[in-house]
Design a protein around this ligand. Sequence first.
Ligand SMILES: Cc1cc2nc3c(=O)[nH]c(=O)nc-3n(C[C@H](O)[C@H](O)[C@H](O)COP(=O)(O)OP(=O)(O)OC[C@H]3O[C@@H](n4cnc5c(N)ncnc54)[C@H](O)[C@@H]3O)c2cc1C
Length: 378
Amino acid sequence: MPDDAAPSSEWRERAHAFAARYVLAEAERIDREDRLPDAVLRALASERFFGLGLPAEWDGAGGDCRSTVAVLEELAYGSAAVAVTLAVHLSVCARPILEHGNDLQRERFLRPLARGERIGAFALTEPGAGSDSAGLTTRYRREGDGFVLRGAKMFISNAVSAGEVLVFATRDPALGHRGISGFVLPSGTAGVSVAQRLDKLGLRGSETTELVLDDARLPTDSLLGEEGSGLRIALGALAGGRVGIAACALGVAQAAFDTLRDSVRLDDADWKRHRLAQAFADLASARALVADAAERQDTGRPFSREASVAKLVASRAAVSIASSGVDVAGEAGTRAGSAAERLYRDARVFPIVEGTTEIQELILARSLLPPSDEPKPF
Ligand SMILES: Cc1cc2nc3c(=O)[nH]c(=O)nc-3n(C[C@H](O)[C@H](O)[C@H](O)COP(=O)(O)OP(=O)(O)OC[C@H]3O[C@@H](n4cnc5c(N)ncnc54)[C@H](O)[C@@H]3O)c2cc1C
């Protein structure tokens, strides 16, 4: 295994070999059956990918953000569902516990995540609160020695397999963002159930569920960070998460580009060669932006705006290149089970997940303009 100081190229080679051995041949089946084979999850754990970017002190596998994006891109090249499962586990569950948890929480919750013994999930979205996460209505109250949570969470990745779910709830919706706190919900908590497993257009195999909290009781030590700091924790996690999701979109864009290139000849009609050239330009811009956002993270510079640009451009590139792949393949590109069709469906979900394109545009516009007194929900 590469050590803490290993360059990202070493992690990339390792992930490339892993995708070739365990993932590529399974991609069509993962999509059709809408589940990840246990063998793939076990192999991800034994290769230490679940501990990527987490310090050895907490049983992590080390590696910087550039290594993480390299691994996510290589895995997504094989199967977007495999990469997204890992991205959610690492960036919006394990990392916020590392950054905001105390040592007891890191001991109890982070170690098993870093060792790949448990899979992490993140539950912010609700049936009535997606982009406007400050409007969430899942309630918590203090009771006896802990907290009681009640409400529903929607579109939650990894929640069926999850060992730990980072969940956000409000003491009182009237308090707005100041009322929101984050909690670590261990698996097997009484009162937590999966109401439905959602059947999706793409990223099939990355499980997405509705989670119901019916007076779920949590001990005091499940509160992450300060009471009332939940939205700040969630939005910070999502900024890092967007770099990971952008890397997953990049992997799909690269796979779609390779499929497209294989189907275009130099003496083909002009429009096909133009599409290939445009796809190359889109891919190159996405790659540069993902690398820039990851490098900023690694060097401790502000990266929220760059994460949004990377996510915006990489997900658009994936959709546009995969769409050209379908156009160039014609009828064959619309057939269920063809690579062009699967890549298009997978790509189409990236502009939605972890903040839609419109929300990234709002974040960008805000970062480019003088501050106003308007409240900031994003
Ligand atoms: C595959 C998948 C996995 C997911 N996994 C998770 C997860 O693990 N955890 C989690 O908490 N959530 C998860 N989500 C939820 C995801 O983050 C939300 O879908 C996303 O934030 C958008 O929310 P929404 O679907 O409610 O859409 P809405 O917020 O209802 O938006 C609908 C449309 O309106 C636009 N819109 C909304 N508000 C504005 C505005 N102010 N200005 C301009 N346009 C606007 C949006 O861009 C979008 O086009 C997942 C979603 C998907 C599809």
